[in-house]
Structures are given as structure tokens and as C-alpha cells.
Design a binder for this molecule. Structure first.
Ligand code: SF4
Length: 273
């Protein structure tokens, strides 16, 4: 029976250590492999040139490395660079590099499609296909960082989870991606430069408080009362403004992290005093 290969980036270091021990390789190989996966951003085992050909073949035979690939990019007049990434199972997601003189910000996706159907959002009209895994979220950041270094000679200064999907409905992968982005043996970026934006999942906001995260939180508010918010954000029916206020207060009490509110003005809908 053919055994199913596992995604090597879903393994913990201890799992790789065990594998390396089992095949009788030296233990320093573990560190080399880990570096290729998370710091040198190899997207195939063949790229891991300081490993012997034999070891690369063993890795290939036992694991997969389903990295994102770059499909197309589109540059706007204001310098914003939009990238369409393709997943290993042929879904398309979007990430954006937003450069200003002070900041280079990456806006990344957390899900393929979205289940929340906000009326003002193109993704809301797409069916949710699946969550992105943390290594796929990581790949977006890595590739947008490379674009920033190439076009602006500067690394990313900020990351916002405001692309496709509701981050708090893919909670574990988003937190693990943040952990990898900020880890010393990852991208080493401060969590204070990361903002997770939610359409308002009260339970997830409380969970962030319990997990005492260090990144910032943004709430897409877009309306100042439940009646109006229900009209444009169906999630408000089960997570109303009062529930969100309570969850945000809880989050702030637990973390002390900054909370921002996003409010898009729609003419004659939510733009009165
Ligand atoms: S939660 Fe975000 S991605 Fe999903 S429909 Fe609303 S605005 Fe769009």
C-alpha cells in the first residue's frame, strides 16, 4: 500500500529529528533542513544544495513541500503591487504589497474564499473553499517581502491580515503563521507590526485575549448600529455590536494591545453623523 506523504512544514522539529535518526543521518542535518524550510525559503527538496543527493531523495520520497507559486502580479499607479498566488491544489489567493515612504505593508489572505458574505466585499461572493495552512500564509509574507526588497530595497515593516477570508475562523493557522513570522528561526519580525483584522467573531476575539497575543487587532465596523450593520455584514446577526464591545474590552484587558476600527463610508448609507 502506498503511504501518504506528509507536508514537511507541518512537522515539528522533533519529528524531523526522529526521521533523520531513523535513516541514520547525522543530527546536524535537522538544522540544515529547518533552515531551508523557514529561513532560506526552499520550495523544493532539490534546492537544498548542502544536503547530499541521497538525503534529498529520501526527503522527496517521504514528504511533500506544497509551497505557493506566484501566478500573476498587477502593479497599480500608486505603487500597490497585487499578487495572485496559486496553491498546490490550484486555488488562487491574493496578497498585496502596499508601499508608502514610511512603511512597506503586506496584506495577506487567511482563507480561500470566505463564508461571511459581507456585501461590500468581492471575496464575500465567493464560496469558502478551505482554510490556508500556516505555511501557505507564511509563503505569502515571504514572497511579498522579496518583492519589497527587490522594488523598494526595504524589507516589510508591517503585515495586515486583511486579504481574503476571516482570520479568526482559521484561528490555529493564523496564530501559528504569526509565530513563524516572528520566530528567530523564521522571519524574525516583531508581532507589534502585525495586525489581524476581523469582521467581528466575538468568540475568537476572546480567545485572542486568553492566548495573550502580542499582535494588534482591527475590527471592520462599517456601521454604527446593529440594524445597518446587519444589512451589510450578516455576521452581525450572531455577533452584534454589544457582544463585540464586550469581547474587545476583554481582549484589551488581557493583552493591552492596540485595537483599531475600520469604517468604509458608503454614500447615504453610513455617512451621516
Ligand atoms: S470577512 Fe473579510 S473577506 Fe470575508 S466577506 Fe467579509 S470583508 Fe470579505
Amino acid at each position: 500500500m502506498e503511504h501518504t506523504k506528509v507536508n514537511i512544514r507541518q512537522l515539528e522539529i522533533a519529528d524531523i529529528e526522529r526521521f533523520i535518526g531513523q535513516i541514520g543521518e547525522k543530527s546536524f542535518r535537522v538544522k540544515q533542513i529547518h533552515e531551508w524550510l523557514w529561513q532560506k525559503h526552499a520550495h523544493s527538496f532539490d534546492e537544498m544544495t548542502n544536503l547530499s543527493k541521497d538525503l534529498r531523495q529520501q526527503l522527496e520520497a517521504n514528504f511533500t513541500l506544497p509551497a505557493l507559486t506566484l501566478n500573476t502580479t498587477q502593479l497599480s499607479e500608486d505603487g500597490t503591487l497585487k499578487t495572485r498566488f496559486e496553491t498546490f491544489d490550484h486555488h488562487m489567493i491574493e496578497g498585496v504589497l502596499i508601499p508608502t515612504s514610511e512603511r512597506k505593508t503586506a496584506c495577506v489572505s487567511s482563507q480561500i474564499g470566505c463564508s461571511l458574505s459581507c456585501k461590500f466585499c468581492a471575496t464575500g461572493y465567493m464560496e469558502r473553499k478551505r482554510n490556508l495552512s500556516y505555511d501557505e500564509i507564511y509563503d505569502q509574507v515571504v514572497m511579498i517581502n522579496q518583492q519589497s526588497e527587490k522594488h523598494h530595497e526595504k524589507s516589510l515593516s508591517n503585515i495586515v491580515f486583511m486579504g481574503m477570508g476571516e482570520p479568526l475562523l482559521n484561528y490555529k493557522n493564523v496564530l501559528k503563521a504569526v509565530e513563524r513570522i516572528s520566530a528567530k528561526d523564521g522571519l524574525g519580525m516583531s508581532q507589534r507590526r502585525i495586525t489581524v483584522s476581523t469582521a467581528g467573531v466575538a468568540k475568537g476575539i476572546r480567545q485572542l485575549g486568553d492566548d495573550q497575543v502580542r499582535f494588534k487587532l482591527a475590527l471592520s465596523l462599517h456601521a454604527a448600529n446593529d440594524k445597518k450593520r446587519n444589512e451589510i455584514m450578516p455576521i452581525n446577526e450572531s455577533n452584534n455590536i454589544e457582544a463585540l464591545i464586550q469581547a474587545l474590552n476583554y481582549f484589551y484587558k488581557k493583552t493591552g494591545s492596540e485595537i483599531t476600527f475600520e469604517y468604509i463610508l458608503f454614500k447615504d448609507f453610513n455617512d451621516s453623523e
